[in-house]
Design a protein around this ligand. Structure first.
Ligand SMILES: Nc1nc2c(ncn2[C@@H]2O[C@H](COP(=O)(O)OP(=O)(O)OP(=O)(O)O)[C@@H](O)[C@H]2O)c(=O)[nH]1
Ligand SMILES: [Mg+2]
Length: 302
């Protein structure tokens, strides 16, 4: 299955709900009708693109329609594709992992797909010939290290883990020492799910971050926030909080296969200007796709 087909398949629910209504809306465009723009706004809002972002997108479309004298629905669809794509182009989507070792810290609320995404990334990196070490920084749940160990085995990565209940920052410290000693390319640190509004848990993240910065001051260091697309607008609030406290460098949006509301991605990029770097479209190792705005919008609208 090609890359494009895979996004389309993964996005089928979002696509169905968005494209079906968009197609009939575009077909109804007669050149002057204000109804058209209002219906479009509504569809975008319903897809979870958020009020502000939807209004902004449609306002731009109004301008472009006037400036370029667009008349047909197809022309408008192309213009909307361009506008939505531009909204998603915020900052670099490449993971910067050039130093040895480099570090990825995975953060987010409970159950969003942090550990699964680590497994998927580990499989991708080992497939590229990289030496990957997974760090079981979720010491809160007893089963968490087990789950990560399964992904380590599956992807051919190493793992560093401690007893349940131990200090996550200490596991991270050990993982970094092991990575240095064994010449690992990439260390990926799992963390326990935490509510964005619990200050003590956010402080724990800061402590982990400090350990990494202290032990590897010159290393490339990505802090990825994992967001569950099915949680809709709450994802935006989570992203704001994690961004303010942990200083995230990118977002992974998971479970796009399970929602009809993939429009949240527009709200995130447009409002927070933080790049979505990968999207999750399933539970298997290869269900992680580098995020490509143009292909994403085309898969959604066509
Ligand atoms: N459909 C679908 N399911 C996913 C995706 N990513 C993760 N999951 C599932 O979501 C559930 C939770 O995933 P985990 O990786 O355990 O989530 P987590 O953030 O590590 O959870 P905690 O450690 O409990 O905070 C699992 O059943 C995963 O298989 C995805 O992209 N699509
Ligand atoms: Mg987990």
């Amino acid at each position: 299955m090609g890359f494009f087909d895979k996004i389309k398949e993964g996005l089928s629910r979002t696509k169905q709900s968005m494209a079906v209504s968009l197609n009939s809306i575009f077909a109804s465009f007669t050149g002057e009708n204000e109804d058209f723009f209002e219906e479009l706004e509504e569809t975008l809002i319903l897809s979870d693109a958020g009020m502000d972002t939807s209004l902004r997108a449609v306002e731009r479309l109004r301008e472009v329609t006037k400036d370029r004298g667009l008349r047909g629905g197809e022309e408008l669809k192309e213009a909307l594709t361009e506008i939505l794509t531009n909204m998603l182009e915020v900052g670099s989507r490449e993971l910067r992992l050039n130093t040895r070792p480099s570090v990825i810290l995975m953060v987010g609320v409970n159950g969003v797909g942090k550990t699964t995404t680590i497994g998927k990334l580990a499989a991708k990196f080992t497939g590229e010939g990289k030496k990957v070490l997974l760090c079981a920084g979720d010491t809160f749940r007893a089963a968490a290290a087990e789950q990560l160990a399964v992904w380590a085995e599956r992807s051919g990565s190493s793992i560093v883990r401690h007893e349940a209940g131990s200090d996550p920052a200490a596991v991270v410290f050990d993982a970094i020492s092991a990575a240095k000693a064994r010449g690992m390319d990439i260390v990926i640190c799992d963390t326990a799910g935490r509510l964005h509004n619990k200050q003590n848990l956010m402080n724990e993240l800061l402590k982990i971050r400090r350990v990494i910065a202290r032990e590897l001051p010159d290393a490339d260091f990505e802090i990825l926030l994992v967001l569950d697309a099915t949680t809709g607008q709450n994802g935006l609030i989570q992203a704001k909080q994690f961004s303010d406290t942990a200083g995230i460098t990118g977002i992974v949006l998971t479970k796009l296969d399970g929602t009809a509301k993939g429009g949240i991605i527009f709200a995130i990029c447009d409002e927070l200007k933080i790049p979505v770097k990968y999207v999750g479209v399933g539970e298997k190792a290869d269900d992680l796709l580098p995020f490509n705005p143009q292909e994403f919008v085309e898969a959604l609208l066509q």
